[in-house]
Write a protein of this length. Structure first.
Length: 129
């Protein structure tokens, strides 16, 4: 059997199926996805089956219960490379741990972060307390 015997429509259908399979993401019950467009927080989505249609300007940040972030002030916490608005009962001084998710909000509790903060860029090499 040679490539000339394969119907091109089958090749196109298989290519589209593979492309669609790469766009599908499953968000577990204890996770949410923070959506950022052009570096700005837009919304919180999940749990369930999500399809990411858009291109490179949209960043999905997966967040799970217990994740630890760095408090950056004004009700915002940095998880990984992205800054997300949060709700907190007390004002954290260094870090925050995700306690629960509400309708469209992340509720955090203050936590201590042990580690070294880089003076140049601000990242923290850390271990949680």
């Amino acid at each position: 059997m040679s490539w000339s015997d394969v119907p091109w429509s089958l090749v196109i259908v298989v290519a589209i199926a593979i492309w669609l399979a790469l766009k599908i993401h499953v968000v577990k019950h204890n996770e949410r996805v923070a959506v950022h467009v052009l570096g700005q927080y837009v919304k919180l989505i999940g749990p369930g089956l999500m399809i990411k249609w858009s291109g490179g300007e949209v960043v999905w940040q997966r967040l799970a219960l217990g994740d630890i972030g760095i408090w950056v002030g004004d009700g915002k916490v940095q998880f990984g490379d992205q800054v997300v608005p949060v709700t907190c009962s007390a004002s954290p001084t260094h870090g925050a741990r995700i306690e629960r998710f509400e309708a469209d909000a992340i509720v955090v509790e203050p936590t201590a972060i042990r580690g070294v903060r880089c003076e140049k860029c601000g990242h923290v090499t850390r271990t949680s307390a």
